[in-house]
Design a protein around this ligand. Sequence first.
Ligand SMILES: [Fe+2]
Ligand SMILES: [Fe+2]
Length: 384
Amino acid sequence: MTETSQFRNDAEILGRSDLNDLEAIMEVSNTDTTELLHSVADNANAIFTWDYEKGARPALNKLYEKAKTSQWNGETDLDWSIEVDPTRILSAMQDGQAAAGPLASVATAPGSPFANFGEKEWEQLGLESINWRLSQFMHGEQGALLCTAKIVETVPWIDAKYYAATQVVDEARHVEVFAKYLDTKLTGYYPINSHLKMLLDDIITDSRWDMTYLGMQIMVEGLALAAFGFMHSMTEEPLLKKLLRYVMSDEARHVAFGVLSLKEYYAELSDAELRERQEFAFEAAVRMRDRFLQQEVWDRMGVDKKKVMKMLLELPPEEQVFQQMLFSKIVPNCKKLGLLDASGGWLRKRFEEIGVIQFEDWADTTEEFLTFDAVTTDRAAAGA
Ligand SMILES: [Fe+2]
Ligand SMILES: [Fe+2]
């Protein structure tokens, strides 16, 4: 069989044949922003196992034990009495100008849609951006909550069911704290971005248990871990800073859970089966890149969204550091799972195309949870 008949092409994977087809990207937009409930068929059997041997998978058992002692309480471990000035959360704006990130060069380019922005507009954009980002994090956290509940049911190993159960609690706490921050410190939510929604729907819909892990633990949470880290280093707002630090220490375990579980399972898969996983990873990567074009923010700010998104997509690689950094956890983890080089290096080539392959030899995330443990560190410092 030839490659083209056996495997899906980009039109089938992404719904468009050109990766950078801006019209197609913009067409994926959220038209029903009043929707309150959204239902997705999860297509999976719940699996009982009668093999109760705890610790048959020592690495998963260690992670489970760690999770039990690293729990925190969003109501009491964070100081919600801190007053937040939303305009000062991210120092993205300085002296009325875009200070950092991909917008800095777009803002000063000839014909920039931001040419007539003054201090007031930059401040408003800063507010909308933080609101949009935290809203998408919150929606993503709910995706993680649902996915992990599904993993409890579908994964066949008892150690993994135990661990996933702790992750369900973690994710509930994450949704809770992001929602509370948006509610009480900012000005409400943005609806879910449609690229993110499409991805979460695809992850939930897939009947194969390992695809939930790949989509959520490796791709969505891998990106979240990098994005939280970036935001944590950028903000001086003490409440958000601590919230992110605590969420990140949970997320580091979650990503490790994905890598440890899939490493064992992928060792048994054929090249053709791995290729399906590669395609899924690529689809997820592109959906997340499209999501970060934050089209809803441009709509709300009344700037020419097509122009901004085009400029963002066409930035030279050296100015795409922020977008690329989002993949700094995903790529080494995919490498560790053997996904870069299976099937003739298909995913490696695709990651080259979207400009993120340079992270392949960065540290993977299997041990990071040991150094990221904010809860234990803080308790030790408090002498508890
Ligand atoms: Fe989370
Ligand atoms: Fe997570």
